[in-house]
Design a protein. Sequence first.
Length: 321
Amino acid sequence: MSNIILNGVMGLVVADALGVPVEFKDRSILKTNPVTGMREYGTYNQPAGTWSDDSSMTLALADSLIKGLDYKDIMDNFIRWYDNGDFTPHGEAFDIGGTTREALFRYKKGVSPLECGGKNEHDNGNGSLMRILPILFYIQAIYGVDFQEGEEIFEIIHNISSLTHGHKRSLMACGIYISIASKLISEMDLSFSVWSGIYNAMEYYRSQEEFQCELKYFSRLEDKSFKDLPIEEIKSGGYVVDTLEAAIWCLLNTDSYKSCVLKAVNLGRDTDTVGAVVGGLAGLKYGYENIPDEWLSVIVKRGYIENLCNELLKTMQMQNS
Ligand SMILES: [Mg+2]
């Protein structure tokens, strides 16, 4: 059986690492000198294959889920990441988003985990979307591989987001993302998987009174011609809706892991996170074996990441049996 956890998580980590050296670069600059493979140094002066907070927080969540679903334990892992450099490539956290930093600060002050995430409109950066993927594997272990999205499942996804990002728009972005990710694991046609993932999630949100005022922010994704939008219409900064859109647009307009994540990174600006968000989906769709070897071979702590994925898979399979 292929290891879907390794597919998704390594897909995310590799694309994050592709984006790290060019984070904040404008699209116009990358157009004249596009990223075609792993670079070294650049924005954070890190060696090739260095991944960032997106991967660290994803690994921190995956590590915690091995022990079961415990929101406090996940927050403790996030603190271990930021304060001690656990779950990092070189023993030190070199970046963090503002909303995440504030949430960790609240947690240390004694606020309960599910109340730590910022709930203001400006707290809708992509900081929970970039690390939400591992909860899919927990949900599949508990509710089955082809689980039906329902209240209980969305509540878990929303809780995982709320640890750092508690605004409804961030919760919805995570819900839509996990819904798409779950469909990509099946053998269905790519665009059918994406559309059914979006459709199922949006049907749920439409049925919930509390999400009504947020539906409009996701309307472009529901439009069947979304894929055909010109690149100028796709923003790649840190706003969660832009990141989700950019990821889905890249996925729909490419046909391999490599072409998908390079398209994402070359959009510019928040290159590591747009890369990580789409990298997780592309990894699930195309599989670990389709991630280029020359990229995998430079990933820092590759063995550690693979072991962690294998360990989580083992635990999830035990839950299922
Ligand atoms: Mg990052």
